[in-house]
Design a protein around this ligand. Structure first.
Ligand code: ATP
Ligand code: MG
Length: 326
């Protein structure tokens, strides 16, 4: 079976790390057909559009999309692309790797962040010279869909259950609904849950990340807390992410265009290659995904490494080492 993969490198180091990840995918014994398309600052400068219609159509029809990064136009690119794949959950692992400097090397957790509503779907208004407001949206249907995904995730990965993060003691209606719905679905499915208030979570994850494994959050909380966890494992440079929809997915590194090193050929490709591993698993090739992850982990530990990790290897050298290990 052929899988159509949209490849959208974007700007900055996106144009360096995305081809690296494609090279790794090509080394697998899976029948991929890659379709490259433009998005971001560069194509906007050329055509006036940050997200050309053909790119949007491609993401909406491909089996999965691999995205690099976009510069100033990031919001104009990534938000519509997430919509094009109908993504309702953002999956963000925060894993520390052996041999990589981390504040909390024992960290190994994954955030499942609601990706469509909360304050980000909210309507903002200016009521007067003095007053601005925001409406926060939480639906039973989106909470249920996230919870079903979380239950599948726990079952597939043989996790013990998940932690629901919320602030239902203050936002009783919205987060109350979120917490109750998610807990109810987990109950129906026989999946164990516990719950932590989001402010308490921030402290507890810093002090003792090992007490958490799978963490289910509303949109804004998931955004902030997963960045916090990124700090615990050594920064954004190594972190992959997946935007998952019912039929399609969009896979991207957490980092941006890194303008300070773009064009030098020294960007660390690990985050994008780990995102490609998530893509492979999303398509059902669990063993191939695990193999990619192991090749990346071994390379992080034994080298070669890019300068951000204290090495002096290029993007190409690190990519070749990962492909060799496969
Ligand atoms: P953007 O506006 O596109 O997000 P940024 O200036 O915020 O760009 P990031 O891409 O978020 O930059 O990166 C922040 C810092 O981390 C930069 O110093 C960058 O060089 C470094 N960095 C990020 N990703 C990588 C990578 N893959 N390899 C090496 N360094 C990286
Ligand atoms: Mg940034």
């Amino acid at each position: 079976m052929t899988h159509d993969i949209a490849v959208i490198p974007g700007d900055g180091i996106g144009t360096e790390v995305t081809p690296a990840a494609v090279e790794v995918l090509e080394a697998l014994e899976i029948d991929f057909e890659f379709h490259e398309a433009d998005a971001g600052d560069a194509v906007k400068a050329e055509t006036g559009e940050a997200l050309p219609e053909e790119t949007d159509d491609l993401a909406a029809s491909a089996d999965a999309t691999l995205f690099g990064a976009a510069g100033d136009t990031a919001a104009d690119v990534i938000l519509p692309l997430r919509e094009a794949v109908d993504s309702f959950v953002n999956v963000r692992p925060a894993t520390a790797y052996p041999g990589i400097d981390a504040v909390r090397p024992e960290t190994d957790l994954v955030f499942l962040r609601e990706n469509t509503e909360g304050v980000y779907a909210g309507h903002e208004d200016r009521l007067s010279e003095d007053v601005s407001t925001l409406t926060r949206v939480v639906t039973e249907s989106a909470s249920r869909r996230l919870a079903e995904f979380a239950c599948d995730y726990v079952e597939d990965g043989a996790h013990d259950g998940f932690t629901i993060v919320h602030k239902a003691n203050v936002m009783r209606e919205t987060d109350g609904r979120f917490r109750d719905t998610v807990a109810e679905v987990a109950d129906e499915r026989g999946v164990a849950t516990d719950e932590v208030l989001m402010d308490a979570f921030a402290t507890r994850v810093c002090l003792d990340p090992e007490q958490f494994d799978v963490v289910v959050c509303p949109n804004l909380a998931g955004d902030v807390l997963s960045d916090l966890a990124a700090g615990l494992v050594g920064g954004l440079g190594l972190l992959p992410s997946a935007n998952v929809g019912p039929e399609r997915g969009l896979f991207e590194p957490v980092h941006g265009t890194a303008p300070d090193i773009a064009g030098e050929g020294i960007a660390n490709p690990a985050a994008t290659i780990l995102s490609a591993a998530m893509l492979v698993e999303f398509l059902g090739y669990d063993e191939a995904g695990a193999a990619v992850r192991e090749a990346v982990e071994a390379t992080l530990e034994e080298g070669p490494r890019t300068p951000d990790l204290g090495g002096d290897a290029s993007t190409d050298e690190v990519t070749a080492a990962i492909v060799d290990r496969l």
